[in-house]
Design a protein around this ligand. Sequence first.
Ligand code: PGA
Length: 222
Amino acid sequence: MKKAFIVANWKSNKTIEETEKWLHVFQKGFLSKESVFEGKTVIISPSFTLLEHANYCSSNLKLPIRFAAQNISPFSEGQYTGEVSGRQIKEFSDYIIVGHSERRRYFHETNRELESKVAMSIEYGLIPIFCIQGSKTPIPKDVEIVAYEPIFAIGSGNSDTPENANLTAELVKKQGIKYVLYGGSVTSKNVKSFTTSPNIDGVLVGTASLDALEFFKILQNA
Ligand code: PGA
C-alpha cells in the first residue's frame, strides 16, 4: 500500500476552544480505530494563534498527528512587524503550506516571494507543501511535496475529476517532484477516488476538515 498524506487546512477558522473540541472528537475516532492511521501521515494546519495549544492538546491526547503552519515570513527573524519567522514556526510545526491560491489572490504573493518562503522553510527545517494551480505553475527548487489545487475546485463542492488530477500529478512528477497531493472539494465520499489514483499521494482538505468526524471519515475512506 502506498503512503498517503492527509492534510487538513483549517484556513482562518476556529478558536482555541473549538480546536480543543475538534481534537477531542478526533481522538474518540482514533481510540476506536487506530488502524486507520496505518500508512498515513496526518497533518493539521491551524492558524498561528492555535498552533501552540493544538500541539499541547495533541500530545496530551497522544494523537499521531503532525502540524503545518499556513504561512511563513520570507525573511529571517528581525524587524518585520506582523511576520512569523521560520525559527518561530519550527517550535510548533514540521510542515508549512506555501503558495496557496488564496495567498496568491488576496495577499498578492508572487512567484519570487514564494521562492523566498520555500527557501526560508528549508533553512529552518520545515517541509514545504507547495500548492500549484496547474501543471504549469512554477515550482521552486528543493520542493518535494506539491498539492495540485485547481482554483475552480476550492470551496466550490465541485472537485476535479480523479483522471485529470492524476494526469496533472503525473506531469508534475515528471518535473522531479516526489509526492503530489490533490486538493479542492475533497470529502469522505470522493477521497478514495483520489488516493487510489496511481500518481496521487494524498489530499489537502479545506472545508471538510473543519468537522472532526468528517475528517476522520476522510481518513478512514482514504
Ligand atoms: P476545500 O479547500 O477542501 O474547501 O475545497 C481546499 C484548500 O483550499 O486547501
